[in-house]
Design a protein around this ligand. Sequence first.
Ligand code: NAD
Length: 253
Amino acid sequence: MIASDPRDGIDRLGDMIAESSAIVPFTGAGISTETGIPDFRSPGGLWTRHRPIPFDEFVASQDARDEAWRRRFAMDETFTAAEPGRGHRALASLYRAGKIPAIITQNIDNLHQVSGFLPDDVVELHGNTTYARCVGCDEVYDLVWVRSRIDTTGHAPDCVACGEPVKTATISFGQAMPEAEMRRAADLAQSCDLFLAIGSSLVVWPAAGFPQLAKSSGARLVIINNEPTDQDDLADLVIRHDIGETLSPFIGN
Ligand code: NAD
């Protein structure tokens, strides 16, 4: 049900958190907008500015790779300057308090790790844009190396080890989902007693299947998003309000 007033919603969320022992947050781009990183689908979001480059096109075309890296480095200051927001900090507090075993995120910005989650406890469904990986052999590269190759050659680099293209360590449209992360997210969704979907339009599949899976496995489902989602009818509580304001009461030590 939709909270009629955000304050009621926050109170009910506080009760649910107190009653739960295994809370699994599932975050989307909306938790990071207050840090300065735009989301995809809001007005002015990344989606409205650029057509995403699908994986096949990235692999097939040097021009597409050059453009993908140009866009990534155009965003570099934004990603580098971003600090965890109130939502990140509240979830990190609940994690430190032992309420959250691990977090599932669609985000690629590394901010849950920066806020205090151990990297092993962040299940990244769509990868991470703060480093790069070869699409052929998985060799990891840092972005400083990528930038210096582009500065030297004028083009996006290929892997030194195998010659295949190097891409941000993210999952592009048309690219296979990471199997281990999908399995771990499913296990978490099936074993939690409270599932918090935070800042996601819940339209990117298969990631958007996890709130339903948690609910059908017996967890209570809370959706925090300032816009309606297709899964609001499923939820035990919907808080249609700013994420930072909603979660700041849960920031602890
Ligand atoms: P989305 O852009 O589709 O949805 C974000 C939702 O958050 C929107 O419904 C928006 O109304 C809401 N929102 C934005 N700011 C909010 C706020 N302060 N309070 C409450 N609600 C707020 O994002 P998505 O569902 O995560 O899907 C987009 C995909 O794009 C993700 O899978 C991710 O891989 C990628 N992405 C990641 C980042 C990031 O890492 N920060 C940013 C943009 C896109």
